[in-house]
Design a protein around this ligand. Structure first.
Ligand code: PLP
Length: 241
């Protein structure tokens, strides 16, 4: 690669956003779905405020962050109402009360205990917080989330907690290229969602799955929210996840 002046985030998005929208549209078409049934969450984590400003100017309204501190800083600069703020990263229980004040959707509720902490914080703040239950669809021990076996019971219990609206499920696929493995993980989340939404109307139908490398497979398997960072904003400094 030749070295050139680094892109501004505006210039980069002018190029990358149509590409990402096109990938989403084509995947939706293949799946016989409308492109508007898939929400694009632009993952700005580890990128500076300029990336967030460029995203907003480009018309992206759903923004994803994975650290409470970074989300707080960006919300403080741009305003609570500037975007729909998505928390997508692992959350420490003790930060729940700070998070419920600034997040519109918490994707990463990965244990019943964390759900209880968010419920308490939301109730104390007089709020109802929209959350997704994170499910470990691959059984990898290093991954967080409800285990597929017990998820149905746990998530139904979670949906009874005050101050929470469980609007659906979220998963992270394994870091592999094998389409069969990815499809199996996303398919497992979809089937769990079908079981849950049949059993109770307290759980919503959202499926947050699909990132830069696997969004097509996720959409084929029913994703309603893809979380895209790298394809929009480029590599993160230090390759941070
Ligand atoms: C970083 C991150 C993403 C975005 O991943 P890309 O591969 O950069 O698109 C999506 N979801 C979660 C939970 C993440 O932490």
């Amino acid at each position: 690669m030749t070295t050139t002046m680094p892109d501004t985030y505006e210039a980069r998005l002018e190029r990358t956003l149509p590409e990402v929208r096109d990938r989403i549209a084509r995947a939706a078409e293949v799946a016989g779905r409308s492109a508007s049934s898939v929400r694009l969450v632009a993952v700005t984590k580890s990128h500076p405020i300029e990336a967030v400003e460029a995203a907003l100017s480009a018309g992206l309204t759903d923004l994803g962050e994975n650290r409470v501190e970074e989300l707080e800083a960006k919300v403080a600069t741009l305003g609570r109402g500037a975007a729909t703020w998505h928390m997508i990263g692992h959350l420490q229980s003790r930060k729940a009360s700070r998070l419920v004040k600034i997040a519109d959707v918490i994707h990463s509720v990965d244990s019943f205990r964390l759900a209880e902490r968010i419920s308490r914080a939301a109730t104390e703040d007089g709020q109802r917080v929209t959350v997704l239950a994170q499910v470990n669809t691959t059984g990898e021990v290093t991954k967080g989330g409800f285990g597929v076996e017990s998820a149905s019971d746990d998530i139904q219990r979670m949906a009874e907690l005050p101050g929470l609206f469980v609007n659906g499920l979220m998963t992270m696929a394994p870091f592999v290229d094998d389409e069969a493995v990815l499809g199996a993980a996303f398919g497992a989340l979809r089937r769990l969602s079908e079981r849950l939404t049949t059993a109770t109307d307290r759980v919503g139908h959202e499926l947050s799955m699909g990132m830069t490398n696997d969004l097509e497979i996720a959409i084929r398997e029913g994703s309603t929210m893809v979380r895209i960072g790298t394809a929009l904003f480029g590599d993160r400094a230090g390759g941070a996840l």
